[in-house]
Design a protein around this ligand. Structure first.
Ligand code: ATP
Length: 578
């Protein structure tokens, strides 16, 4: 997945505006960031003094005529050595400071962004989650944001550093010997042109190799997903062969890339050493003619290395910036999605529990041509129990989703206590409802936390009370750590019946006016079943309940049945009090 996305990364033009846009994320720490910048600039200035001092050190040892002509300042070897030591010490301290600060700001900025993104994602409507894959969203939260941290903490400072090296270096070499600079610079365009040309070819091939690898990964994924099929049809050989063909294509593309990369590397090494030799040769002739001192040539060579290093690092900086701008665009896209109006149950309005569906028609946004509900009408007075019965795919869960306002109906109205649901605060609508699902999902935490999920501000006593009424107090108390017992991967594993009763306790704690119950289809032993039935009876009292029913006994206890016999949307409501 990661491979694939990186290989599919489109090439894009970098604009100055976009790059500076990245700095937007560090605004809350702009003081520190600016200070780190200053430290970086000062540290680099000291770094640029280094070749100069080394040159002076050599000239102090060999005070030739040419050396004496360079400057009137002729310090002793030890003075220069001390200055060098001082420069290095200051540089070390500043480097520690700026690299720590850039990382501090980068990490903080991205932690904040992660939080913001998670916040936005959670507020998005269900429609959004129907259209995006979970893998894609977690990849945004992890990969894209990690890339952003690396850039803010690493690439931005690196780009600044290299830019300074380049300009400082070029100015220095021109100042030392314009002639020699001309010779050096003349070798550059040829080198750069060939490197860019070869680099482009390498990139194209390595992208192709990544695509081939992603394709063969897809073969593995498909095979493992359908492993039962593969084995049943004894197609193992066939799959191995299919994978082999994919791998071969990858290998061919990779080797093509390797050949090109090898020629690029050998060319670059030849180019660098060749131009240094060329420059040194010309420098040596200047030195022989007494027009350049030993120290100057050394200084010149060191600056040349600085400039060469800076130029060669730009390719990497650019590709990193390109990748991060792509990532940033995707993150911004997500941040720009419109969320649901705040669903927190702030000022909760207490509903009576009258619910009415009036001529409701609905199809899912992803499949607009396939109506799921057509002209559904149903009125439930406060406290009534409605059984939703019908074959799989009839639309029972869809009715519940509309009630919870995960989606809005295409036509018709849903009324709660006589008011149109979409005019009520979303927080109040959901705050007045609780759902006991068929498969209860417990979070990795304590049993107490899991029950309090229904009302996080509930007191300990209220939690105990809800557990007693849901018949789970007894089994929880039997655990050595009681309500503090951890559930989930690292804790105890609860049975299906126990988890259901915890979900009932959770709903009791929430004390909703409207209850949605998706009855479990799996059969439990009769004792567990009896406990759940008792707990449910307690929970249903005085609430409007929508029960997705699978058992006749449950249906019998309901006031009304909404039935879809064949999934042909021919629904009729019938009163069947037994
Ligand atoms: N998120 C969705 N996007 C698109 N179509 C959906 C979505 N959820 C359900 N459907 C479709 O809507 C129809 C009704 O589904 P729903 O889940 O409401 O049925 P159900 O009666 O609850 O079935 P079951 O008893 O199997 O849970 C089905 O045809 C299903 O394929």
């Amino acid at each position: 997945m990661a491979n694939h996305s990186s290989s599919a990364e489109p090439r894009r033009k970098l604009s100055f505006h976009e790059i500076t846009g990245l700095l937007h994320y560090v605004r809350p720490w702009r003081g520190r960031f600016a200070l780190a910048m200053v430290a970086l600039l000062v540290s680099m200035s000291f770094g640029l003094c280094f070749p100069l001092l080394i040159g002076r050190l050599i000239d102090s040892a060999m005070p030739t005529e040419a050396a004496l002509r360079v400057t009137s300042w002729h310090p002793s070897i030890n003075t220069v050595a001390l200055l060098l030591a001082g420069t290095l010490a200051i540089q070390a301290v500043l480097t520690f400071f700026y690299s720590y600060t850039f990382n501090f700001v980068g990490e903080n900025a991205v932690v904040r962004l992660r939080q913001q993104l998670y916040d936005t994602l959670l507020s998005l409507p269900m429609k959004f989650f129907g259209e995006h894959r979970v893998g894609e969203l977690t990849s945004r939260l992890s990969n894209d944001l990690t890339l952003l941290t690396d850039t803010l903490a690493g690439t931005v400072p690196q780009a600044l550093r290299q830019m300074m090296m380049l300009f400082g270096g070029v100015v220095a070499i021109v100042a030392i010997s314009p002639r020699l600079s001309l010779v050096m610079v003349s070798t550059f365009p040829v080198l750069m042109l060939v490197a860019v040309f070869l680099g482009r070819k390498v990139r194209r091939v390595s992208r192709e190799a990544q695509d081939r690898l992603a394709e063969s990964a897809t073969i593995i994924e498909e095979t493992f997903q359908g492993i039962a099929n593969v084995k049943a049809f004894t197609n193992e050989r066939y799959e191995v062969q299919r994978y082999g063909v994919g791998l071969h294509a990858y290998l061919n593309a990779t080797l093509r890339g390797v050949r090109r990369r090898a020629s690029l590397v050998s060319f670059i090494i030849l180019g660098i050493f060749g131009s240094i030799t060329f420059v040194m040769w010309y420098g040596a002739t200047l030195m022989q003619a007494g027009r350049l001192s030993h120290g100057q040539l050394t200084t010149f060579t060191l600056y040349t290395l600085f400039v060469g290093g800076a130029v060669s690092s730009f390719a990497e900086v650019f590709s990193q910036l390109q990748r991060v701008l792509g990532a940033q665009e995707r993150v911004q896209e997500l941040l720009g999605e419109t969320g649901e109006p705040a669903a927190e149950a702030g000022a909760l309005e207490r509903f009576r529990g009258d619910v009415e569906f009036a001529g409701v028609g609905f199809s899912y946004p992803s499949r607009p041509d396939l109506p799921v509900l057509r002209d559904l009408s149903l009125a439930a007075r406060a406290g009534e129990k409605i059984a939703l019965v019908g074959p799989s795919g009839a639309g029972k869960s869809t009715i519940v989703s509309l009630l919870l306002r995960f989606y809005e109906p295409d036509i018709g109205r849903i009324l709660i206590d006589g008011a149109e649901a979409h005019t009520l605060a979303l927080g109040s609508v959901r705050g007045n409802m609780a759902i006991v699902p068929q498969e209860v999902l417990l979070f990795g935490g304590s049993i107490r936390d899991n029950i309090a999920y229904g009302r996080p501000q509930a007191t300990e006593e209220e939690i105990f009370e809800a557990s007693r009424r849901a018949h789970c107090h007894e089994f929880i108390s039997r655990f050595p750590e009681g309500y503090g017992t951890l559930v989930g991967e690292r804790g105890v594993k609860l049975s299906g019946g126990q988890r259901q009763r915890i979900a009932i306790a959770r709903a009791l704690l929430k004390d909703p006016a409207i209850l949605i119950l998706d009855e479990a289809t799996s059969s439990l032993d009769s004792e567990s079943e009896a406990l759940i039935q008792e707990a449910l009876a307690e929970l249903l009292i005085g609430r409007t309940s929508f029960i997705i029913a699978h058992r006749l006994s449950t249906v019998r206890q309901c006031d009304r049945i909404l039935r879809d016999r064949a999934g042909d949307h021919d629904r009729k409501a019938a009163r069947t009090r037994s």
